[in-house]
Ligand binder design. Structure first.
Ligand SMILES: Nc1nc2c(c(=O)[nH]1)N[C@H]1C(S)=C(S)[C@@H](COP(=O)(O)OP(=O)(O)OC[C@H]3O[C@@H](n4cnc5c(=O)[nH]c(N)nc54)[C@H](O)[C@@H]3O)O[C@H]1N2
Ligand SMILES: Nc1nc2c(c(=O)[nH]1)N[C@H]1C(S)=C(S)[C@@H](COP(=O)(O)OP(=O)(O)OC[C@H]3O[C@@H](n4cnc5c(=O)[nH]c(N)nc54)[C@H](O)[C@@H]3O)O[C@H]1N2
Ligand code: SF4
Ligand SMILES: [Mo]
Length: 748
């Protein structure tokens, strides 16, 4: 039989690269890149190519199952789909009839249905749809969404940049933009651009950079403020951008930055003041073709929101926002923005402590339902009442802070969570604590329309389609939700009147030129005639300064005379959109933080030292966890080729530190968490003694330490998460992964 080339989209990580599956006799022979993908341009990373292993994992879940022993006992009986759907919907009906739909909580990890899960929770009537965002990127998204308003994500125009200043993003190995980003940064470097990386480790990105600057954890914001100080002190700023496009005057910026001297930054971060001066000059002189990039090194901290904000301000200071080669962005949702087929269920009006935690009023206003790291503590403290937990594509006992310990205990407690349904493809640690398990099709066997922010700065749409049928009785998540909705009641069924997943996608794809047929053929739709969308804040509105119903004030803010509604900014005799903030300017001040938070949280970007890092004892270190190029979260440890490349995660330790404790290669040592209640969690780990790490930091990669997840994954490496406490940035709401204080002990 001829080999078929079937276009689809990878989902072995969230970068969603266009992919071509070469299929022969119903088997995938090879996975390659789709050159039509505007981001990845036909490249796949090792993880993408290894996804064949995922499909062929001998330990996949192939049938619906019900537990036949106590929860967590590992005893299962196979049941039919009919039985499973009937048992689950009986529970659903009770909750809906008794008018407590909010006691159904959907917890999910990697959702690329782009709206279908929300259709389900909205139709159900629960506001409790919680993703893993609170663990992932919330602090960054909160900062971008409040400071520029248009979006929650950056899309720098790397290929045209002359200077790229990287605060804690490891895009040569990870980052949501991975393949497409590194291709463009490499291109810029070939054209002479400079890449400077702050990281606590010599990551592969740091290694590919012109300079690696080993920074003390959690001090990136201070270094950014000190760079700003030099830019303003030496008059290298872009006066026009500051005066016209930000909500503070140049004098305010100057007065504010005066405090943040390079000398102070050197004391806290270890980055020499002279280096900060040098970077400030180089960054400003490359502007507007200069950009910053950030990720979890910057924001996965207790002060993450402010670190992000401080870095963002550097682009405002030199006026590189929206410019060719600068810090660009795509207004709107950076994921897929194809309108959903109707009818759409109304958004539930009820709010709960899970969807809107009282402790995080700023997050509730800007990003409701995103502060998901609170879910398990709140359930344990009975702040939230949960009857049914529906988990999808998420492995909380592995990947949540205190996952294998506290989170697993909460999930095992039938008083706290009476009913737990897990939709998974593998025997994960989440499946271990389920009552019912529904087998999902993997991404090579299912349908989605999908996209990410395109570095070509124009929209595109990709198709994920089954390249082989799902094995056993596995079903596409959309088919599962359609079946659940139809069986629950007629009111829910109304929003799920589709024969199956394919039918839904066909109707949805009608909004795209050429519809589903075009996508099935090419995998990608992109309108290449559209130019790169630079300077989105200068986009014209339908208003003009000469309109009789429009007034503008001395700051150029345009309003409707009738009701004072802000409509844009005055610009060359026209009214342009500006930024999507209340006064259409870049926010150097966020007064709402002061109004919402009774704490001392400042309303301008500041350096907020991490309390736990103050007075660090001589024997105390900061534990960092990071992502390898060949693994994704806890989810690829069952993919054989990848574990053959990296199959363990020893602990990186600086030679000077190792020497202090007499630690030698191949000799285990002990790391203890500092000052936690009860017995401190500890790990006994193997060292990698290397100068490629800050002397005050220990680093372990995530992805390993499974006690479930099948024969390939099980019992390899360590899971650091028992050591990592559930700490939240009280402003941004994100989990602080990179602040854990630990002690070292020799193992005798
Ligand atoms: N120590 C440490 N912990 C971390 C991080 C870190 O850097 N260090 N990173 C954090 C970050 S950024 C994130 S985003 C979170 C991610 O945390 P999670 O969202 O929990 O992601 P995974 O750990 O990959 O778990 C996803 C699970 O989905 C299941 N799965 C795999 N394929 C399929 C499928 O086709 N269908 C279905 N239904 N299920 C499937 C598997 O059980 C898999 O384990 O982890 C966080 N945890
Ligand atoms: N290969 C791979 N790719 C992935 C994923 C994956 O699991 N594997 N997951 C996807 C997801 S969900 C996410 S959220 C992204 C995450 O993408 P990234 O944020 O780029 O990756 P991380 O490894 O979480 O963290 C980045 C770096 O921060 C450094 N770091 C720690 N503390 C500090 C600090 O205080 N300052 C500085 N400057 N650096 C510090 C770490 O050493 C690490 O190299 O990747 C996505 N892509
Ligand atoms: S970066 Fe790799 S794993 Fe992620 S989507 Fe692209 S090819 Fe797949
Ligand atoms: Mo993430």
């Amino acid at each position: 039989m001829a080999v078929k080339h079937i276009p689809t989209m990878c989902l072995n990580c969230s970068t969603v690269c266009g992919m071509i599956a070469k299929v022969e006799d119903g088997e995938i022979r090879k996975l390659e890149g789709n050159s039509l993908d505007p981001n990845s341009g036909g490249k796949l990373c090792a993880k993408g190519q290894a996804a064949i292993n995922m499909v062929e994992d001998p330990d996949r879940i192939l049938y619906p199952m019900r537990r036949s022993g106590p929860r967590g006992s590992g005893k299962w009986e196979r049941i039919s789909w009919d039985e499973a759907i009937k048992a689950i919907t009986q529970q659903f009906r009770t909750l809906r009839k008794q008018k407590r739909p909010e006691e159904m909580v959907l917890l999910y990890g990697r959702d690329r249905t782009n709206g279908f899960l929300e259709r389900f929770t909205h139709a159900f009537g629960t506001p409790n749809k919680l993703g893993h965002r609170g663990l992932c990127s919330l602090n960054k998204r909160m900062a971008i969404r409040t400071v520029i308003g248009d979006t929650d994500w950056d899309t720098p125009d790397f290929s045209n940049s002359h200077y790229i200043l990287n605060f804690g993003s490891n895009f040569y190995e990870a980052h949501q933009g991975h393949v497409g980003m590194l291709a463009r940064v490499s291109e810029a470097k070939r054209n002479g651009a400079r890449l400077v990386t702050f990281d606590v480790r010599l990551s592969n990105t740091a290694a590919q950079s012109d300079e690696w600057l080993p920074i003390f954890p959690g001090t990136d914001g201070l270094v950014a403020l000190a760079i700003g100080h030099v830019i303003l002190r030496d008059r290298l700023q872009n006066d026009h951008f500051i005066q016209y496009w930000t909500n503070a005057s140049l004098n305010e910026w100057k007065a504010y930055y005066q405090l943040y001297t390079p000398e102070w930054a050197e004391q806290e971060s270890g980055i020499p003041a002279i280096k900060i001066e040098e970077i400030a000059h180089a960054f400003a002189s490359a502007a507007p073709r200069a950009t910053t990039i950030t990720n979890r090194g910057t924001h996965a901290h207790k002060n993450g929101f402010y670190n992000e904000w401080a870095v963002l301000c550097l682009n405002a200071l030199v006026g590189s926002i929206g410019e060719k080669g600068g810090w660009c962005y795509i207004p709107g949702d950076v994921n897929l923005s194809v309108p959903q087929p109707g009818p759409l269920p109304p958004k539930p009006r009820v709010q709960t402590e899970l969807s809107h935690p009282t402790e995080l009023p700023f997050v509730n206003q800007v990003y409701p339902r995103a502060a998901s790291s609170t879910i398990f503590p709140y359930i344990a403290q009975k702040k939230a009442s949960v009857d049914t937990l529906l988990s999808y594509y998420v492995n909380a006992p592995m990947s949540w802070p205190e996952g294998p310990t506290f989170v697993r205990d909460v999930l095992l407690d039938e008083d706290l969570i009476p009913f737990h349904v897990v939709i998974d493809a593998f025997h994960s640690e989440m499946v271990e604590v389920a009552d019912y398990v529904l087998p999902d099709a993997t991404f090579l066997e299912k349908w989605d329309l999908d996209a990410r922010n395109s570095y070509e700065l124009r929209p595109y749409v990709g198709l994920r389609q089954p390249v082989i049928p799902p094995p056993g009785e596995c079903k596409d998540i959309r088919d599962i939700l359609i079946a659940l909705a139809k069986e629950t009641d007629e009111e829910m069924a109304k929003y799920f009147s589709y024969d199956n997943a394919e039918h839904f996608i066909r109707v949805w794809a009608e909004a795209i030129p050429g519809g589903l047929e075009q996508l099935e053929e090419n995998g990608i739709w992109e309108d290449k005639s559209q130019p790169k969308a630079y300077m989105p804040y200068l986009q014209k509105t339908t208003y003009s300064t000469s309109d009789s119903d429009v007034k503008t004030d001395d700051k150029g803010i345009a309003r409707l005379i009738e009701n004072d509604q802000v409509i844009g900014r005055q610009w060359n005799g026209e009214i342009v959109k500006g930024f999507s903030t209340p006064d259409r300017r870049f926010q150097f001040k966020l007064p709402q933080i002061g109004q919402l938070l009774k704490s001392d949280a400042p309303i301008t970007p500041v350096y907020r030292p991490i309390k736990e890092h103050k007075h660090l004892g001589k024997n105390e270190y900061i534990l960092t966890t990071f992502k390898w190029n060949v693994h994704t979260q806890s989810r690829t440890a069952n993919q054989l080729w990848l574990t053959e490349i990296v199959g363990e995660n020893p602990c990186w330790i600086h030679p000077r530190t190792a020497e202090l404790y007499g630690i030698e290669e191949a000799q285990d040592f002990k790391i203890l968490a500092r000052g936690r209640e009860g017995e401190s969690p500890y790990m006994i780990v193997k060292p990698v003694i290397t100068e490629a790490i800050h002397p005050r930091v220990l680093a372990i990669s995530a992805s390993f330490g499974h006690w479930q997840y099948g024969r390939t994954a099980k019992n390899k490496g360590y899971n650091p998460n028992p050591m990592i406490p559930n700490w939240t940035d009280d402003v941004g709401g994100g989990q602080s992964w990179n602040d854990t204080v630990v002690l070292i002990e020799q193992v005798t």
